[in-house]
Ligand binder design. Structure first.
Ligand code: ATP
Ligand code: MG
Length: 446
């Protein structure tokens, strides 16, 4: 993309309403624009990152064997009356009435709807296990929407639902989600740790929230500092191998890590040596939850088991805050000049800064670089504006592209351009061909 042809409405001033870095930087970098409190338009740069996160979520869900579908944002109230949640949900639910006086709502989540789809089509254990998921907009009329996309009213969530015959099978689905989430966040360049979460009235041990440490996070967490060293990595894992997945679950949950809702001082003191105890703020970027027959029982989602009995299925639901993740990524990756995207999620792979727009040699070199990068399957952003070098660097630093190639007449006279890392600030001179190779190598690993 050439910057003069793009739509990148960057702001010079710091927006007064933004209290935290990610909100401020998303507005300044022209990624989002507020439509009303907690509701945003995603401008091209923001939309590109959001779409990239969606793509990673899709790939990792499907790797785990989960099946995508798409349910609507508007739901009929009667499904929620069946589960008993229509009255229980409270003012966070946006209730709507259509022209025929039918009660509708803008979905805050989809347990009821997916259970309805399931029961309409599945009646035998032979069709299990089944995990369906979608990535869809949700609406929760939060009392205090704030921090930009971090706590929106309208937000994008991946929500997946497993249907299993037994609790044991459902816990295998739970572990599949745990492992796929570890992979998902790591691919995004984030370290999100599963922490024991509150299961509310349902009880049991089977809910974990995934948290990213950040001083501006809304959750308080207590953990063993050993937790920060754990990485899942890009290892092959067979998602049908129950023992292998259970091992990952055991490894990750053996280390003490809890939110304030489940924190237990006595257990903490007993299990974690004093020098490893940590208390911090963190951002919740996902949650997994096994809840058994909570919906299948009242909504009669039954299957015939091997003995010929009709039994309610065991379910769980598993969410990833896709739009919140954009903010969380920026909270974890920025400096005072702007965003620093991890390579796995960057909106453009590399920026090209032409120091002398209009100079025949510089323009030709930039055009060749641009074409060369595209030919290697890369997505460059070419700053072809007639601006000073400082202004071009400031824009590219603000929007956070991890790599910049700087092209100027002086370097070109020696046959070189400069490749600069946004994160370290280190630069290296090399031929344009070598720069293309280097960038291609970097992204081949992502
Ligand atoms: P929170 O405690 O932050 O209100 P939640 O526990 O109510 O979130 P879940 O129902 O677990 O949310 O939803 C799954 C994921 O969706 C959360 O882990 C979070 O990342 C994201 N999410 C929830 N509410 C919002 C919101 N208002 N804005 C943006 N993302 C959200
Ligand atoms: Mg949650």
């Amino acid at each position: 993309m050439r910057l003069t042809r793009y739509f990148l409405p960057v702001l010079k001033e710091n927006p007064a309403e933004a209290q935290i870095a990610s909100h401020r930087l998303m507005l300044r970098a022209g990624m989002i624009r507020q439509a009303s409190a907690g509701i945003y338009s995603w401008l091209p740069l923001g939309f590109k990152v959001l779409s990239r996160l969606e793509q990673i979520v899709h790939e990792e869900q499907q790797r785990a064997g989960h099946i995508p579908l798409l349910m609507p944002t508007l739901q009929p109230a009667d499904l929620w009356q069946e589960s008993g949640r229509y009255n229980a949900y409270g003012p966070e639910m946006l209730r709507i009435r259509d022209r025929h006086e039918r009660d509708m709502l803008y979905g805050p989540t989809n347990e009821e709807m997916i259970t309805d789809i399931f029961r309409s089509a599945v009646s035998s254990y032979k069709e299990l296990p089944l995990t369906l998921y979608h990535i869809q907009w949700k609406f929760r009329d939060e009392v205090r929407p704030r921090f930009g996309v971090m706590r929106g009213r309208e937000f994008l969530m991946k929500d997946g639902y497993n249907f299993d015959l037994t609790m044991e099978d459902a816990l295998h689905a739970y572990n599949r989600h745990l492992v796929s989430y570890l992979r998902t966040y790591e691919r995004m360049g984030l370290q999100a740790f599963p922490m024991r979460a509150d299961t509310g009235p349902i009880g049991g041990d089977y809910s974990h929230e995934f948290l990213v440490l950040a001083p501006t996070g809304e959750s308080e967490v207590f953990y063993d500092s050993d937790a920060t060293g754990l990485r899942f990595g890009d290892r092959d894992i067979d998602f049908t191998d129950r023992a292998a997945l259970q091992q990952v679950y055991d490894d990750w949950t053996a280390i003490y890590a809890r939110t304030d809702e489940t924190h237990d001082e006595a257990v903490y003191a007993e299990r974690v040596p004093e020098e490893r105890r940590r208390t911090a703020r963190a951002i919740e970027v996902g949650q997994i939850f096994y809840f058994g027959t909570k919906y299948s029982e009242p909504m009669k989602a039954l299957v015939v088991n091997e003995q010929g009995e009709r039994v309610p299925v065991h379910m769980g639901s598993h969410g990833i805050g896709v739009s919140r993740l954009v903010g969380a990524l920026i909270e974890a990756n920025h400096d005072d000049r702007g965003i620093i995207w991890p390579e796995g999620v960057t909106p453009f792979h590399v920026g090209i800064a032409n120091l002398k727009q209009g100079d025949g040699a510089a323009d030709a070199a930039c055009d060749a670089l641009y074409a060369g990068l595209k030919a290697r399957g890369l997505d460059p952003l070419y700053d072809d504006r007639s601006e000073r070098a400082g202004a071009k660097f400031a824009t590219l630093d603000l929007i956070g592209l991890p790599w910049r190639i700087t092209v100027g007449p002086r370097g070109l006279a020696n046959g070189v351009v400069e490749l600069t890392s946004r994160r370290t600030g280190e630069s290296e001179e090399m031929s344009p061909e070598a720069a293309i190779d280097r960038v291609a190598q970097i992204y081949a690993k992502v």
